[in-house]
Design a protein around this ligand. Sequence first.
Ligand code: G
Ligand code: G
Ligand code: MN
Ligand code: NA
Length: 252
Amino acid sequence: LWLDTNLRKALEQDHLTVFYQPKLDSDGVVRSAEALVRWNSPERGMVSPADFIPYAEESGLIVPLGRWVMLTVLRQILAWREQGINLRVAVNVSARQLIDQSIYSDLKLALMDSGLAECPIDIELTESCLIENEAQALTLMKQFQELGAQVHLDDFGTGYSSLSQLARVPINAIKLDQSFIRNINEQPVSQSLVRAIVAVAKALTLQVIAEGIETKAEEEFVLLNGVDGRQGYFYAKPMPAEQLGHWLAKHP
Ligand code: G
Ligand code: G
Ligand code: MN
Ligand code: NA
């Protein structure tokens, strides 16, 4: 109940904020960041999305919340461009938002409004999006791609998608779940799994992004094993937009 009343209020009163975590390409250049929402509650301080996204999904609040995130991100991208910062941003989208479908029209309309020639937003979906309504999810994913958004399958390897499904779904990249990367140099099974997943992804011409990189050793492993993109605390934690501007100036 506390969540219900207060999350609605937070959305109305602008108590939500978006943090950004840089993503490095294989050449080490940052061309993109992941948007991660935060709730700055006057009563409880900074509330993690892990604590309110599940509730927002259950209650349906994720739909207006997701719209707010998408519009906030697009505004931020435009503000960065004014400062000469050219960045794509990946937004997390829940199964519930795909079923609702308005997230697609929201993005399409906002893009038209913005006057941008190309879509600078990518979409991160979890495997659960595919399970809940596969036919509809596939159609929307295709529409996002036609709009110019890349579609990335998030937390890959922890859900239930099969290899045949991976071949069938319109995605550009998979994001290897953090659990594969954690202490990878002491985990021979994880090493084999990552190599096998990279081989499968290459066969399907999908990019592979490793997330949760926290150490030099973890970075070295992914660099040696054909991973295309990387992200994690080793490079930077999620941070406010202004801070990312400063961070980028030091890490081109
Ligand atoms: O940033 P953090 O690791 O605390 O995020 C926790 C979870 O919340 C992650 O699974 C992340 O994908 C999810 N999340 C963060 N921001 C958003 C958002 O804007 N929309 C959705 N649907 N999920 C988000
Ligand atoms: O489910 P999703 O992959 O969208 O969630 C990303 C979450 O992972 C965010 O909450 C983000 O804060 C967190 N995260 C990002 N990099 C790291 C990392 O290197 N280590 C850990 N433990 N968490 C990370
Ligand atoms: Mn994500
Ligand atoms: Na993830």
